[in-house]
Ligand binder design. Structure first.
Ligand code: ZN
Length: 324
């Protein structure tokens, strides 16, 4: 699917940003000011050639030359080589591959990075953290992703896996996580965690106001947040408990990274002020002795397009058209 957004400012450098997710792949022609000129999306590719065809169809739609292709992808991506080091699940076919080779765009430069990091880069270049050099971002969705900017540089770590903030232990006695650890933040504050906790209460015949869907699926996170606001005791309990874990993790991240600003992104963050109101005071109280100030916790500005914009941002940064 193709959507025309704004007309290009003539002369502004353009790059293609691509965001490869587990269910959908998105792309856009992005201007150096963070404007999306045209965007594209379709279900996630299941083969390398399908990925290549999608990106080439986007390239063909560009009326003027682009500076390069930036790719944000789930998993552990080696930003120096564009190699996909680890990518379990439906996109496993990309594991071990160089994205620059898969895309095969000739002389056009190809940059790649983990998708949580591209979302952070979009916020730093054009969004809620514009101009900041110490920023932490958490993406709250089906899972929990994270990315960290320290003194102007994205934190990669020795093996490229730094910043997996969703896999910090918040309950040492907690359940087994997809990563092999126990009690990770992702097992306690993610849409899967919140939905399965509500379902467990339904299954135990606790007093709940929501019901199962026609095909037996539990209520989704949005419905559970709404029910909590409307006085469903069980939803209230589930949400409060999840927020307690999120708050504990946020305190640890603030103490660890001492950022200027903390960004919450992803589709759960769309629950908005309600999410923060419940935990902001506690977090401030628990961090002000060590940090000496209240660190703003804000929501992602580039909702829905941060991944593609930030991926294009990789190209602009690489070529010195923008700096952090
Ligand atoms: Zn984990």
């Amino acid at each position: 699917m193709r959507e025309k957004l704004t007309s290009a400012d003539s002369g502004d450098p353009l790059a293609v940003g691509v965001d490869i997710g587990g269910t959908a792949i998105k792309a856009a022609l992005v201007g150096v000011r963070g404007d999306l000129l045209e965007s594209f999306h379709e279900p996630s590719p299941r083969t390398a050639s399908a990925l290549r065809d999608f990106v080439h169809s986007v390239l063909k739609s560009a009326k003027v030359p682009v500076r390069g292709i930036g790719i944000g992808c789930k998993g552990i991506i080696d930003a120096d080589s564009s190699r996909v080091k680890s990518l379990p699940g439906d996109l496993h076919f990309l594991e071990g591959q160089l994205l620059s080779e898969v895309i095969a765009a000739g002389d056009l430069p190809v940059c790649a990075e983990n998708d949580a990091r591209t979302a952070l880069i979009a916020e730093v270049l054009w969004g809620a953290a514009k101009g900041r050099r110490n920023v932490v971002m958490l993406t709250l969705g089906t899972g929990v992703g994270g990315a960290v900017l320290v003194d102007g540089a994205i934190l990669h770590g020795a093996g490229g896996a730094a910043g997996h903030l969703g896999h910090v232990t918040v309950d040492p006695r907690g359940g087994l996580c997809i990563c092999g650890n126990y009690g990770c933040l992702e097992t306690l504050f993610s849409s899967r965690a919140i939905e399965s906790d509500y379902w467990a209460h339904m299954h135990r015949a606790a007093p709940v106001k929501l019901s199962m869907g026609s095909t037996g699926q539990p209520p989704d996170t949005k419905a559970i947040f709404n029910a909590a606001a409307e006085g469903d005791e069980c939803a209230r309990y589930v949400v409060d408990r999840a927020l307690e874990y999120l708050g504990a993790a946020l305190v640890s991240f603030l103490h660890t990274f001492d950022p200027e600003i903390f960004i919450l992104g992803g589709n759960i963050a769309a629950a908005g002020p309600q999410l923060l109101a419940a935990i902001q005071d506690k977090i401030t109280r628990r961090t002000k002795i060590l940090l000496g100030r209240e660190i703003p916790i804000v929501f992602q500005k580039t909702v829905g397009y941060g991944g593609v914009a930030g991926a294009a941002g990789l190209v602009f940064l690489e070529q010195g058209l923008l700096t952090i």
